[in-house]
Write a protein that binds this ligand. Structure first.
Ligand code: G6P
Length: 371
């Protein structure tokens, strides 16, 4: 088993480190010359792609967080309305689907029962179903009309890491492809995003190279009983994912909130015993960015330790950050690719410092094949 872990203490650490390669593999062969996307495996004709009038993303757990991020990206690039729903809820609602609805089922394993049932429900309503999956030939891609594989390689640790980043890449590719075929609203921005996306493996690599202080922070906070995660826009699902990782691995009560909701409740929880992790959007969206900076001030004024994740060169956060974690610059919509990494490393380090089994947390399964 030690050999399988490639010298790492845990599969999770190995899989975190594999992320630059995994992300590169998801991109491989999909961005053609002149920035044309090749995504023939979506198996939809141009006229079918043009007639899509609604996208619904269904998923569970970490894959659901990838879906939440996909909504921001796909709506912005294509102007098609996107809903994201927990597969376990979707199935028991009475969702409105037509032949022009594109349902995207995201699943690492391709075997999650909730997601599979939701997919079957969508097919019964004649929606078109695209799977984003990491496991070749699994049930979900077999039953879907089409599949975009993430090619992330096997993920062994129960807590999902590289699968999440590769799901994000696949979602971005699908959104950009829809925009390309349908005629993008912001063609220059799309071209720029493609260039930035091609650099994602490098940016994730750079992020990983800076993780020593994050591991230290995990050890330092090993006795924390609760941790709050805040983010805005795509930083919000990143905050949810950071909180999920900490719950799963370290059994710490962690919650993720949209930063704008702070004043509507969670701020009542803030005191000197509550570390608060804040995901700060890049300065390319000044409105988003400045609002978060004032949230950090509010938290700090109440004595909480602020752990701030911000891009290189963001000086505005410096005075209010007890711990500052720098990530490389990327456009806002792509920032989750780097901002999530420190949260994975943090949860892993904290759980390890508590002496817990990082790869096999209690009560959890890698793939949940019962509803
Ligand atoms: C389980 C795993 C999670 C995963 C979720 C969805 O709960 O513990 O890590 O995110 O299932 O799995 P899937 O294979 O459908 O992505």
């Amino acid at each position: 088993a030690a050999a399988e872990k490639g010298g790492y203490d845990y599969f999770m650490l190995k899989e975190i480190e594999e992320q630059p390669r995994a992300v590169a593999d998801t991109l491989l062969g999909r961005i053609g010359d002149g920035g044309r996307l090749q995504l023939d495996e979506m198996r939809m004709s141009e006229s079918e792609l043009r007639s899509v009038d609604k996208v619904i993303v269904i998923a569970a757990g970490t894959a659901y967080h990838a879906g939440m991020i996909a909504k921001y990206a796909i709506e912005h690039w294509t102007r098609i309305p996107v809903e994201v729903e927990l597969a376990s809820e979707f199935r028991y609602r009475d969702p409105i689907l037509t032949r022009d609805t594109l349902v995207i089922a995201i699943s690492q394993s391709g075997e999650t029962a909730d997601t599979l049932m939701a997919l079957r429900h969508a097919k019964e309503q004649h929606a078109r179903v695209l799977a984003i999956c990491n496991t070749n030939g699994a049930t979900i891609p077999r039953e879907a009309d089409a599949v975009v594989y993430t090619h992330g390689g096997p993920e062994i640790a129960v807590a999902s890491t590289k699968a999440f980043l590769t799901q994000l890449i696949a979602c971005y590719l699908v959104g950009l492809y829809l925009a390309q075929v349908r005629g993008a609203k912001f063609p220059d921005e799309i071209q720029d995003i493609l260039i930035q996306l091609a650099q994602a493996p490098e940016k994730v690599r750079e992020t990983l190279d800076r993780m020593e202080p994050v591991k230290e922070l995990g050890r330092l906070l090993k006795d924390a009983e609760r941790v709050l995660f805040l983010g805005r826009h795509v930083g919000y699902p990143v905050a949810l994912e950071g909180a999920l990782k900490l719950k799963e691995l370290a059994y710490v009560h962690a919650e993720g909130f949209a930063a704008g909701e702070l004043k509507h409740g969670p701020i009542a929880l803030v005191d000197q015993d509550l570390p608060v992790v804040v995901v700060v959007p890049p300065a390319d969206r000044p409105l988003l960015h400045d609002k978060i900076v004032s949230n950090i001030q509010e938290i700090r004024a109440r004595g909480a330790r602020t752990i701030v994740i911000a891009e290189d060169g963001d000086e505005a956060v410096v005075p209010f950050a007890d711990t500052l974690i720098r990530v490389p610059e990327l456009p806002t919509l792509l920032q989750p690719l780097v901002a999530t990494v420190p949260l994975q490393v943090f949860a892993c380090a904290l759980a390890d410092a508590k002496g817990l089994d990082v790869d096999q947390p209690r009560n959890l399964a890698k793939s949940v094949t019962v509803e």
